[in-house]
Design a protein around this ligand. Structure first.
Ligand SMILES: *Cc1c(COP(=O)(O)O)cnc(C)c1O
Length: 231
């Protein structure tokens, strides 16, 4: 089932790329495996998945040793400062940096371990009360401040769009995030590349790709429904 789901997701991404005149290689499919057992991750790996997204540090640390070394782990969930030390140097990218304090902690650990940490700034473009992330207005000053920290490379932006029945409703949010990345890039801040736009989940990744996503985070569409209320 997982193999078929990945194939279907791949096909939809390819179609969206085509519609947008983009090359398929511009988009990374991240298999969001939170709450799912390692056997299922292994199945996805065997079907070609190499990028996996998790939202809890403990779960990530538990799964990591059971998976091949060439997996790129993406921390996509809200990150507490006291957990930063466990993942710095181990994950490929942290998608969910939403405060200067968190970035400072990542920087401190990165310097200690002499590694460079790729991060994305999480922006709550839709300004939903329930979501983490800075506002569009705050994003520029956060980018400027984080860019000064050693050991950190800002690769781009991430957003979690609202849950909607019709993905067209989220187009405006994806467009806003893309525009923000262009605005930040145009400021020519050292240490900021803005090559990555992490946006789009199972319900809306096609539209996200049309609007410029370079990473889509697909959980349900690959692994099936999750039990319980896990955000
Ligand atoms: C759970 C989660 C996803 C995947 O959600 P699906 O709707 O199951 O595809 C993507 N991004 C983040 C940040 C998540 O927490």
């Amino acid at each position: 089932m997982i193999r078929e789901n990945i194939a279907e997701t791949e096909e939809k991404i390819a179609e969206a790329c085509k519609r947008a005149g983009r090359d398929r290689s511009e988009v990374t499919l991240i298999a969001v495996s939170k709450t799912k057992p390692v056997e299922m991750l292994r199945e996805a790996y065997d079907a070609g998945a190499r990028d996996f997204g998790e939202n809890r540090v403990q779960e990530l640390m538990e799964k990591m040793p059971s998976m091949p070394e060439d997996v790129r782990w993406h921390m996509i969930g809200h990150l507490q400062r006291n957990k930063v030390k466990y993942i710095v140097g181990k994950v490929w990218m942290i998608h969910s940096v939403d405060s200067l304090e968190l970035a400072e902690e990542i920087s401190k650990e990165a310097v200690k371990r002499q590694v460079k940490v790729r991060i994305l700034l999480e922006v709550n473009v839709a300004e939903e009360e329930s979501k983490f992330g800075v506002t569009v207005q705050e994003a520029v000053s956060l980018a400027e401040a984080v860019a000064k920290l050693p050991g950190i490379q800002i690769e781009g932006l991430m957003t979690i769009a609202p849950y909607v029945e019709n993905q067209e409703e989220n187009r405006i949010h994806f467009r806003k995030l893309k525009q923000l990345s262009v605005d930040i890039y145009s400021k020519n801040i050292d240490n900021i590349s803005m090559n990555v736009l992490s946006m789009g989940m199972t319900g809306d990744y096609s539209v996200a790709v049309e609007e410029g996503a370079t990473c889509v985070r697909v959980g349900t569409g690959i692994f099936g429904e999750r039990k319980g209320m896990v955000v």
